[in-house]
Design a protein around this ligand. Sequence first.
Ligand SMILES: [Zn+2]
Length: 109
Amino acid sequence: MGNHCKIITEGIKMTKCPFCENEMKEKMIEFRKGVYVKGEICPSCGEEWISEKEFDKIPVVKLERRKIFKHGGSLAIRIPRSYVKHIKLKPGKEVVLGIEGKKITVEKV
Ligand SMILES: [Zn+2]
């Protein structure tokens, strides 16, 4: 699982294992505990490959459910501690808010 996964650049389709030239098989690879991505595995040497696009879809931290609450006249959400740690947010620092479809993005500046 995980660390022995190779990342391939989008556009290159692995059909043959570069090590033993066997036909690759599509497989859901457990990238991290409970996190599965579509990838390919060599049935003979066990090499696992996932595409860059799939890799980008892997959440870096666990997805968390949060309730929106009222704070004064505004709506607020608590940011999970793991997220704060991951992108090193600090009180008083500025972030840029954006909208991507149904998502609200928060970007550190
Ligand atoms: Zn192989």
